[in-house]
Write a protein that binds this ligand. Structure first.
Ligand SMILES: C[S@@+](CC[C@H](N)C(=O)[O-])C[C@H]1O[C@@H](n2cnc3c(N)ncnc32)[C@H](O)[C@@H]1O
Length: 370
C-alpha cells in the first residue's frame, strides 16, 4: 500500500525526522506530505507514535481527470472492497486547486456515486457500519484519492476533551518542542502556558508516552484491519513508558486557563511532572542554568491591545536577560518581536498557527557543559 502522512506546512523536516527515528529512512516530503510503501502495521505505527503528523492515509489511486466522467471512472476503477466494506459509511471531502474540476460539492457527490456503484451495484449502500473518510485532492488536474486511517486529526490526542478558544494544536506544539534543543535533562518553562499544550506535549515526549495511546482511530474499526496489531504495539510501547524525574514549569495569570491545563495534564497522565502556577511571567526567575523556555505569548488581536503587548514583550525580554544561559523559543505573529524583546534571534522560522502567520524566534544560550 502507498501510505501518505500529512503535516502542517513548514514542519515537514520535523515529521521526516520523526519518521526516520521510527525506522523509515530518509523520505522525501512534498507540500506537507510524506509518502512511502507500507502495510497496516505501518498505519498502526504511524498513528500511534507520530507526534507531529496531521493524518495518516492510504493512497488508493492517483490519476489525471479534467472532467467529471474521468473522475467517476478513476474512482470506480479502485478496488474498494480490498480496503472497505459494503456496510461502510463513507464521508467524502474534496479540494480542488488550479484544476478544470473546481466544484467541490459536485466532486464529492461524483466520488460518492462511483463508490456506491462499485460496492452496491443495485444502487443502495446501507451505510450502517464503520466509517471511511475519503479525501479527494485535485491539484493541477491530478487526482489523489486518499483513505483517511486516522479519522479525526492526530492533534486530537484525547486529553483535550474541552474545546476552549482555539489554542495551539498539539501537533504544532510537539513540532516546536522537537525543533528546540530541549531534552528532559534540561529545565523547561512555558511562561504563558494557557491550556498547557507545550508542557503536556513535552512531558509526554520526555516519558515516551505514545501520542496516540489515549484515543481511537477509524482504522481500528475496519474489517480489513486486524486490531491485534495495534493492541500489541500499544501494550509494548506502554511497557516502555519512562518515569524520568522531571518537573516542567507552566505559568499563566489566568486561573481559568490553569484549571483547564491541569485537567488536560491529568487526563494525559502527566500531571505529576508539571508544576502549574498562577503567576505573572514578570515574576519568573531561576537559579538553574541551561533551561529552555518554549512559549506562545498573547499577541493582542485588537489594535487597542498593541501597547500592552509591547510592554509585555519588553518585560519578557528583561526576564530572559536574567537567566543563566537559557534558550527561548517564542511563537508569535508580532513582527517586531526581536526589537521589543531586546535580542536578535539566532534562528527564525515561519510557521502558521491555524490561519495566523507566526514566526518561531529561537534565542539560544550556550550549550550545557558536558
Ligand atoms: C496565546 S495564549 C497561550 C496558549 C497556549 N500555548 C495553549 O496551548 O493554550 C497566551 C496566554 O498568556 C497568558 N498571559 C497573558 N499575560 C501574561 C503574563 N503577564 N504572565 C503570564 N501569563 C500571561 C494568557 O492568560 C494566555 O493564557
Amino acid at each position: 500500500m502507498k501510505i501518505c502522512v500529512s503535516c502542517a506546512s513548514g514542519i515537514e523536516a520535523v515529521l521526516k525526522r520523526e519518521l526516520y527515528k521510527l525506522g523509515y529512512g530518509d523520505l522525501p516530503a512534498i507540500n506537507g506530505r510524506v509518502y512511502f510503501e507500507g502495510d497496516y502495521q505501518d498505519v498502526a505505527k504511524c498513528n500511534l507514535f507520530l507526534r507531529t503528523a496531521n493524518r495518516v492515509y492510504i493512497e488508493l489511486a492517483s490519476f489525471k481527470a479534467q472532467n467529471f466522467d474521468e473522475l467517476f471512472d478513476g474512482v470506480l476503477s479502485i478496488d474498494w472492497l480490498a480496503y472497505t466494506s459494503k456496510n461502510g459509511k463513507f464521508d467524502v471531502v474534496a479540494k480542488c486547486v488550479e484544476s478544470h474540476i473546481h466544484a467541490i460539492s459536485v466532486t464529492q457527490s461524483i466520488t460518492k456515486k462511483a463508490i456506491v456503484k462499485k460496492l452496491a451495484p443495485g444502487g443502495v449502500l446501507l451505510e450502517n457500519g464503520e466509517r471511511y473518510r475519503v479525501e479527494v485532492a485535485i491539484v493541477k488536474d491530478y487526482v489523489s484519492v486518499l483513505l483517511d486511517t486516522s479519522g479525526s486529526g492526530l492533534h486530537r490526542r484525547g486529553y483535550r476533551a474541552l474545546v476552549g478558544e482555539a489554542p495551539l494544536k498539539e501537533t504544532l506544539a510537539s513540532a516546536i518542542i522537537n525543533l528546540s534543543v530541549w531534552n528532559y535533562e534540561r529545565p523547561f518553562a512555558d511562561l504563558f502556558c494557557g491550556s498547557g499544550t507545550f508542557a503536556i506535549e513535552a512531558a509526554l515526549k520526555a516519558q515516551q508516552i505514545p501520542a496516540g495511546s489515549m484515543r481511537d482511530f477509524d482504522f481500528l474499526h475496519w474489517e480489513r484491519f486486524d486490531r491485534n496489531i495495534f493492541d500489541q504495539l500499544k501494550v509494548e510501547s506502554l511497557a516502555n513508558v519512562k518515569q524520568n524525574p522531571i518537573k516542567l514549569l507552566a505559568f499563566d495569570i489566568d486561573e481559568k486557563q490553569l484549571t483547564l491545563a491541569r485537567k488536560h495534564a491529568k487526563i494525559a497522565g502527566v500531571e505529576e511532572y508539571i508544576h502549574f502556577q498562577k503567576a505573572d511571567m514578570r515574576d519568573f526567575s531561576s537559579q538553574k542554568k541551561n533551561g529552555v523556555i518554549i512559549t506562545n505569548p498573547p499577541y493582542g488581536e485588537r489594535l487597542s491591545e498593541r501597547k500592552e503587548i509591547e510592554v509585555l514583550m519588553r518585560d519578557y525580554g528583561k526576564v530572559f536577560k536574567n537567566l543563566d544561559n537559557w534558550c527561548a523559543y517564542t511563537l508569535t505573529p508580532v513582527t517586531d518581536f526581536e526589537r521589543l524583546f531586546g535580542k536578535k534571534a539566532d534562528k527564525k522560522r515561519k510557521i502558521y498557527n491555524g490561519p495566523i502567520e507566526c514566526c518561531l524566534y529561537s534565542m539560544l544560550g550556550a550549550p550545557p557543559k558536558k
